[in-house]
Design a protein around this ligand. Structure first.
Ligand SMILES: *Cc1c(COP(=O)(O)O)cnc(C)c1O
Length: 228
């Protein structure tokens, strides 16, 4: 395996090239390093190579990692499914939450966020693949949930997030992302704090960037396969 700094440089160059090939500046796309199940040593290496945004799926794993990495300046993103009995921990251990998909979760996160902290940055998760197993609000219901998040005192509405089903071709991937991008552009007319389109993973970040992604969430292509 090449050292993580080399992989990070290559990935950053790929992201910049994908952005520039559709007329967007490289700075328009932020890399979120998805470090779930990866050791803190790998996160430390990525931080040393300049990475600042890290995404985690499991609350307790992330809290433990934060303790071990407390000396580093990192931005912590929660991207996993949210159980309502975990909202207090999520509300206070993270800077961002990408996976808000129902009113009750938004209300609990706002009520439980320490008001002395800056507002918790929130993306509303949208289900683009219509599979019962996948979390996310229906695209038609995203506007209502965004409006609620924008009103809640300790939350800052930032974006929309989606995890589509895996598709093979870039054309299919783009066709899947396109309705989300249209809704994002439409919602921004009335919700000016919306500035984040959180789409794109290791297998589809090129398509996501072509469809306007501002934050790609990449695990495997950066850290290698996750230890089981
Ligand atoms: C695991 C995960 C990722 C990263 O997936 P890779 O295919 O390893 O890049 C991105 N987003 C979410 C929500 C995830 O759970």
């Amino acid at each position: 395996m090449p050292h993580i700094s080399q992989t990070l440089d290559q990935l950053t160059a790929d992201i910049a090239a994908a952005a520039q090939s559709c007329g967007r500046p490289a700075s328009a796309v932020t890399l979120l390093a998805v470090s779930k199940r990866q050791p803190v040593s790998a996160m430390r290496d990525a931080h040393a190579a300049g990475q600042r945004h890290f995404g985690e799926n499991y609350v307790q794993e992330a809290i433990d990692k934060r303790e071990h990495l407390a000396d580093l300046n990192m931005v912590w993103h929660f991207i996993g499914p949210i159980q309502s009995n975990k909202t207090r921990d999520i509300a206070n251990a993270f800077d961002w939450v990408h996976s808000v998909d129902r009113d009750k979760i938004a209300e609990r996160l706002s009520a439980q966020r320490d008001p002395a902290l800056p507002a918790l940055n929130v993306c509303v998760q949208v289900n683009l693949s219509d599979e019962d197993s996948k979390s996310g609000v229906a695209l038609a219901d995203a506007a209502q949930l965004c409006a609620l998040v924008a009103r809640l005192p300790n939350l800052a509405l930032r974006g929309l997030m989606a995890i589509p089903a895996a598709l093979d071709s870039e054309a299919e991937q783009r066709a899947c992302f396109a309705p989300l991008r249209q809704e994002f552009d439409r919602l921004r007319e009335t919700l000016p704090t919306l500035d984040t389109l959180s789409i794109g993973m290791s297998g589809d970040y090129g398509a996501a960037i072509a469809e306007g992604s501002t934050m790609v969430r990449i695990g495997t292509a950066l850290f290698g396969a996750r230890p089981s």
